[in-house]
Design a protein around this ligand. Sequence first.
Ligand code: F6P
Length: 367
Amino acid sequence: MAEIKTLGVLTSGGDCAGLNAVIRAIAYHAIQFYGWKVLGILDGTAGLIERPLRYRELTLDTFDGRLLRESGTFLGTTSKGNPLHYAMPDGSFRDLSPEFAEGVRQLGLDALIAIGGDGSMRIVSKLCEHAGMPLVGVPKTIDNDVHCTEYSVGFATAISVVTEALDRLQPTAASHHRVMILEVMGRDTGHIALNGGIAGGADIILVPELPYSVAGVARRINELLQQGRTHALVTVAEGVKTEEGLKATVPNPAGKCWGGIGHYLMDKLAPLTTAETRVTILGHVQRGGTPSPRDRLLASSFGVHAVQMVAQGRFFRMAAWHDRGVIDVPLAEVTKGARTLDPDDPLIGTARGLGIHLGDERIKARD
Ligand code: F6P
C-alpha cells in the first residue's frame, strides 16, 4: 500500500462530456474510503507549472449534484503548447519539467491522477517521471482513439450527438431530396464517424483508415437514387484526406482542427450526381451536451478504479475498459499514438452488411 495523504487530479487536452463525473468519482472514493486530501489542479499541467500555483481543494460539498450532469471540466484544461518543449516569448524553447516538479513539491502531492488522451498521457508521464511523482491515468477523448481501452470517457456522448444530428438531418434531406454530408470529429481515426453513422442511418461513411474515391461515393449516391431513394446521408470524419492525400483545409493555429473535407466532397460530387448536396460541420458541439448514462458509468468506474490503483501503488498505469470491466495497463503501452479503427472491427462488418458504402469496396472491385 502506498502512503498517500494528498492526491492531485487534473484534466488535460480537449474537454469532453463526463470529465466532471470522473473527478467526482475520484474525490468521492479518495475522501470517503481513504480519508485523503484531494486537490484539483486548474487548467491541466499549467496549474502546477505557473506561479502562483492554481488549484482548489475538492471536498464532498464541491459536488452539489450538478457536476455529474455537466459536460466540460470544472477544473479547466489546456491543449495548447507542450511544457516539455515550451515556446518562450523570445522564440526559444524551454523544458518546464523543473517548474512542474517544484509545483508538485510545494503542494505536497503524493500522487497524481491525470485524465487525458494519448498525447496528454505522454506529456504528463514525462513530467511526472522527472518530478518523481507517482502517476495514474484515466482515458478520455471523444475520438475514442486511446490504445488499450475499448472506450474512453466522452465517446458515448459524442456518438449520441452525431446520431441526433443525423436524426435531424434525415427529414430535411428527405423533404428536399438532398444529399446531406455530416462532417464529424476524429482527427486521426474514424470511430465517431463509423459508430455515429451506423446509429444514425448513414448511407455512406468515410473514415481516415479506409481509402475512398469521389467517383465511388457518387456511384453509390446515384445507385440509391435509381433504386427510388430520394435522399442520402453521408458521414465523414474530419481526418479524411482529399483524393490526393492532402488535408482538406489549412489547419487552425494549433495545427489540429482540420475541418473542410465535407465541403471538398460537396464540390467534387456536384458534377457527378444530380442530387443537391448540403454540408453540416458538427464541430465542438460533439464535446458538449449532457453526459450520457454510458459515459457517467464509465467515468464513475474509472474514477473509483484509479483511486484504488493509487492506494495499491500501481503507478504509471492507466485505467482501461476491457470486456465489460475496468482493468489497468502500463502507460508505456498507451502513449504510442492514436488507436485507429481495426479493419476487423465488427462494426465494419455490420456497416457492410447494411449496405453502407465505406469507400473501399469500389476501389478494391476496380483493381
Ligand atoms: O481530440 C479530440 C478532438 O475533438 C478532435 O476530434 C478535434 O480535431 C480536436 O479535438 C479539436 O481540438 P481543439 O479543441 O484544439 O479545437
